[in-house]
Design a protein around this ligand. Structure first.
Ligand SMILES: CC(C)(COP(=O)(O)OP(=O)(O)OC[C@H]1O[C@@H](n2cnc3c(N)ncnc32)[C@H](O)[C@@H]1OP(=O)(O)O)[C@@H](O)C(=O)NCCC(=O)NCCS
Length: 258
């Protein structure tokens, strides 16, 4: 489930919890939130069934909204619900990819670009502008504002050493922001967000930033890295595929008429 959904387990107001099952093995759970006239429901692929789906749809009908279902953790050959046969439309697929570390480092030169740590005091506005530009087509990331950025910079996981920016003659032209998850099942690195300027980045800068982040993760002792990418993001997919990332599972967004 997403970080936000996990937070809402303990602190969410206006959140619907759908639960069936008698014990941990048979427990089924989904979480619904009405946001900007969309009823969005999140659940894990292996923690959902037809009974829960009927409850979710009847709640969406009550609210008078279409239902958007995020299914997390869909694996190939997994026991997925047949939402297409219920008139569902697959709207978006996000791939979770991963690879083992270390990665052999690549030595390259990029015009005058240099890499350094992000500076919270002086780089925020330039970074936000580049982020907006690079993610103009992205439904969430491109709309990040200064308040959202400050919230992220204040998180316990934030480490400036994992937030690299590249600079050409004083202008930030790319970045790679990594995150370390101290999950109960182990420490793992994440390429949290990576982008280069659509106008001012030499070819190969994306690959160099990715490689620098992966090297940093290896130096702090991580042996695995993961990331999320839209299936339709051809450029990023090419970069990750050719860097040895493979798909672990998919998160799918379905729209269901009520
Ligand atoms: C993802 C991103 C950082 C990659 O950077 P980039 O500039 O494409 O990276 P590089 O120049 O190092 O190119 C990486 C590879 O992709 C290839 N590539 C570039 N555009 C491509 C395209 N449209 N289709 C397929 N491959 C493409 C390059 O040829 C290169 O391959 P090669 O090294 O085998 O020649 C960049 O595309 C970007 O900022 N995208 C917008 C933000 C984004 O989507 N971030 C990722 C979120 S998960």
């Amino acid at each position: 489930m997403t970080e936000q959904a996990r937070d809402r387990l303990t602190s969410g107001n206006g959140v619907d919890h759908f639960i069936t099952g008698e014990n941990v093995e048979t427990l089924r759970y989904a979480q619904g939130v009405l946001s900007e006239a969309r009823y969005e429901v999140e659940f894990l692929a292996d923690r959902f069934d037809e009974v829960l789906l009927d409850s979710v749809l009847s709640r969406a009908r009550e609210i008078g909204s279409s239902c958007f279902l995020w299914i997390h953790g869909v694996t190939e050959g997994g026991d997925a619900l047949d939402l297409a046969s219920r008139g569902g439309q697959l709207e978006r697929t996000i791939l979770r990819m991963s690879r083992a570390l270390p990665l052999p480092s690549v030595e390259q030169s990029f015009d005058q670009s240099v890499m350094r740590e992000f500076n919270q005091n002086t780089d925020r506005h330039a970074w936000l502008a580049l982020n907006r530009e690079a993610f103009a087509e992205h439904p969430e990331q491109g709309h990040l504002g200064d308040a959202d950025l400050r919230v992220r910079l204040a998180q316990p996981w934030f480490d400036p050493a994992g937030f690299l920016v590249s600079e050409n003659q004083g202008v930030i032209n790319g970045f790679s922001w990594s995150k370390v998850h101290d999950d109960p099942w182990g420490r793992i690195g994440e390429i949290y967000v990576i982008a280069v300027s659509p106008h001012n980045a030499p070819k190969g800068l994306g690959r160099a930033l990715l490689s620098a982040s992966l090297n940093w993760m290896s130096t702090i002792g991580l042996d695995h890295v993961m990331l999320y990418v839209d299936e339709s993001n051809v450029r990023a997919r090419h970069l990750y595929d050719s860097t040895g990332f493979t798909i672990q599972w998919q998160d799918q967004l379905w729209r269901l008429a009520t």
